[in-house]
Design a protein around this ligand. Sequence first.
Ligand code: ADP
Ligand code: MG
Length: 697
Amino acid sequence: MNTVTEIFGSMVFNDSVMRARLPRDVFKQVQRSINEGRRLDSEAANIVANAMKDWAIERGATHFTHWFQPMTGITAEKHDSFISPIDGGKVIMEFSGKELIQGEPDASSFPSGGLRATFEARGYTAWDPTSYAFIKDGVLCIPTAFCSYGGEALDKKTPLLRSMEALNRQGMRVLRLFGNEDVGSLKPTTGPEQEYFLIDRAVYEKRRDLIYTGRTLFGAMPPKGQELDDHYFGTIKPRVAAFMKELDEELWKLGVMAKTEHNEVAPGQHELAPIFTSTNIAADHNQLTMELLQKIARKHDMVCLLHEKPFAGVNGSGKHNNWSLMTNTGVNLLEPGDTPAENAQFLLFLCAVIQAVDEYQDMLRLAVTSASNDHRLGANEAPPAVVSMYIGSELEEILSCIERDEPYGGKEKEVIKVGVHVLPKLPKDTTDRNRTSPFAFTGNKFEFRMLGSSASISGANTVLNTAVAESLRRYADVLEGAADFKSALHDLIREVISKHKRILFNGNGYDSAWLEEAARRGLRNLPSTPDCVPCYLDEKNVRLFTSHRVYTAAEMKARYEIKLEAYNKVMRIEAQTMVNMVWKDILPAVSAYSASLADAALSKETLGASFDTAFERETAAKISALMRETMDCASALKAANEQARAEVDPLASARAYHDRVIPAMAALRERVDAMELLCDREIWPYPTYGDILFSVK
Ligand code: ADP
Ligand code: MG
């Protein structure tokens, strides 16, 4: 048995492997291309490719692939073998610098939102040296960006990398104003906490809704639900523990720092948290994590559900995006620090995030929207659809005192002058956290909690990075020209607080009173995907992303179309699946059951009046009425689905799904769930909620 330290990163072509296997000057070139984004020359690329190939073959790899993240949100790979023919019917194993740096996947089937006309169906993948190559299932995977030949981003990684550059550009301007001579660059860091459900494979395979849509479309609540709360942080079941052990080992081999695992609120729900890293790598690692969760669950005869809301009435799954900013010298810029200068710098970066979240709340909401995540954000579940921030009562009080030039902590204390005074110590009590807040400061980082469990983290981080870059750009513009830096800084911070404090909210995020209060404050409430998606086309948002060169206007339009397309497709499949389940499985089963009740009643009656048939008669009558309603609701759903599908404009189609298909689905479900409660357990064609949620023993 290998030790963890031996296993960790053993399938990653990382710095220490490169240092050992590359000539010194080539290693240095690679480092430069990692740190400064410079391209490798072709000679160096050939040497790196060859070293990578030898290393991969030693570890059993036979193929390589350019691994990328198309706009579908899942990763894509096309495997090529290293084999190259030579004379005499033999082969050698080859991998060139050209193959390392650039690839051409057959990309016509990936969504492009009109960016890539069909006559120019080609796109190319380009090596992203900031994320290490790795071996997965005998394939050398090279993390790449995916672009059209016109240079448009066809993936999720390219905009994320561009947003990190924008943040570095503007952040460095601000850092220079504070001295910081030693700092060469800064990067956003992310640690995404991943929630998921584990269920037994046998029950999964009996549910068409889970198979086709990832969630249950029918199902009455079990008598034992999550109200018992005995699952949360409870002991982990042996089967789950074995799964987690294997998952950890596989993730560690790939250099993913999986750290904590525990049960979550709902039965069958769990969470995995990695140690944070640079956002780009965190995004790659989260994709790998989601892939391995599903693969390893299968090996243990379980299925991992990443859907945001697999079970109605049971806690959903999200992803908490812990985010901060880190200099190349290892300083966390959201750490308050001890001196007046450190405090001042911290306050300005804090303000940059507050302003960013307030000004681009619509884009943050949009970045996390999807048909599946609407079940969390739009419904009565944490976090709500309105974006707000929680920074803790002490920090909010400090900001308020700075804004009003009032002393903090009682009359005898001084008025806080930014850059002159030391801030009062902030208690780092982790219990003082607002669990309902969509965007919470947790002492030295922010936790953005609106992300769905199945989503790539790239979109949300791209928005966050760019919006913060914009705040920093404005601050640098003001401060670079200031005659008196300290007083200009103080005034700037006061101004930002007074303008953007409306986004700060410490109360209960799912209280309905908050929605009214939020409306009074002018915050956006965008409960569903069709409500959010038009924000891609807002002039304010297009200006943000184009001015920082993160998205072009055409790239934003493409994402608008792709989001709508994906939404409409999910809705269509769900509606069809429901209708199908009703006609093929549910009504036939219920019909047979009611016939057996009728038979029982009749045969009892032939035996005489002392045989009571109330149960059979009343149940059969209730079931008959519900069967009729079910038929009507299924027909109504089918019609609504067809109408929504017939809309030519994708936004009109999405609205039709939202406004008419979703209510029709709910009406149908209500009837079916009522029948489930009336029917004999044995005849119900699907495992029940109780069977599923407690299926892993
Ligand atoms: P919890 O929220 O459960 O109390 P922690 O606060 O320790 O746990 O960390 C939660 C997540 O936040 C982890 O994935 C961790 O790596 C991440 N995290 C911690 N510090 C940072 C940071 N500076 N930048 C980004 N993520 C961070
Ligand atoms: Mg957390």
